[in-house]
Design a protein around this ligand. Sequence first.
Ligand code: GSH
Length: 358
Amino acid sequence: MSKKAIVSLLVLSMVAVACATDTAEEEVAVEEEHDHSDESTLEMVLERGFVKCGVSGSATAFSETGADGSITGFDADYCYAVAAALFGDYSKVEFKSLTSAERFTSLAAGDIDVLIRNTTWTQSRDTELGNDFGPTTYFDGQQLMGRNSDGISSSSTLADIDGLSVCTNAGTTTEKNITEGAGLVGATITLVTVEKFSEAMDKFIAGECDIVTTDGSALVGRRAVNDALNDWSIFPQSPISKEPLGPVYRSNDSMWGDVINWVVYATIIADEYGVTSANVDSVDTDAFPELGRLFGANDGELQTVMGLDAKAFYNVIKQVGNYDEIYSRNLNPVGLFREGGANDRWTNGGLIYAPPAR
Ligand SMILES: N[C@@H](CCC(=O)N[C@@H](CS)C(=O)NCC(=O)O)C(=O)O
């Protein structure tokens, strides 16, 4: 057996030609010549000098591509945060824009080092597909959007979509949830599945679909940047699913996984202490020893055993910010707020929580 063993990975893939009629995700065996298990992604990325981060590139407020090709948003900021931790320079990222249907194939093939793309943690993605999931950065849930002028309102229910056409993108939890959910309430729908969510929005705007559905955050974002703001309602008030979104990396790559996980945790711990990019230089690390360890200021820092610089997480907070800064900067402008929701701090009753830096 050669050193570069041929490994077969089960990955999710959409068969493009079959999309129009069969929207089920399909398992295909992909033969991949590079066996990632004999080399940590961490070593490979450090040697290369930049990280390859898979994003959407067209998800409002999460990863948007600017006119100059730059990528901004909540997910993009976590890519920048990983680069800040690895290289002390947030800009050492190469983004790859991926559709929902191609994201896991791209990760399995080694085209990207980490996937941060509105991706829901599910059992099959975590187990059958050879992925591992990092901490949830955004607790989302699937909702639907329709036109008030068609009789839809924010108090509409799933049963109200009986007889309507519903647009969404392929290779998502969304298409499965809506099919299952509509069936459970006895609503007969025409599901129209396209490759990109932006195409689903185009069809909705053109009146070719009555309803569009995806993660609630994306619907809020799309509505906020659209002129038809006042005619579009998002429903039902309680989402039809849980969509915990966060970073994804290949299985059996624990040093790399630890880096991704602790980048996220560092942003959360800094938020717990109110440490921001603006005040990180004036932290009293004697008074707050956990911050001393996390920022490499005191003896007992834990970053070097992870293969990182002692200042890795200081650089994350200094250059990109804490969780609240990342959230507020990207998501408040489209009308998504943390207060009182699942994405609030655990100390306020939310779910954003990190283990201790010790
Ligand atoms: N969270 C779901 C849905 C992901 C998804 O496709 N989201 C849409 C809405 S944010 C999207 O990616 N839109 C951007 C695009 O199509 O490029 C999943 O993991 O399957």
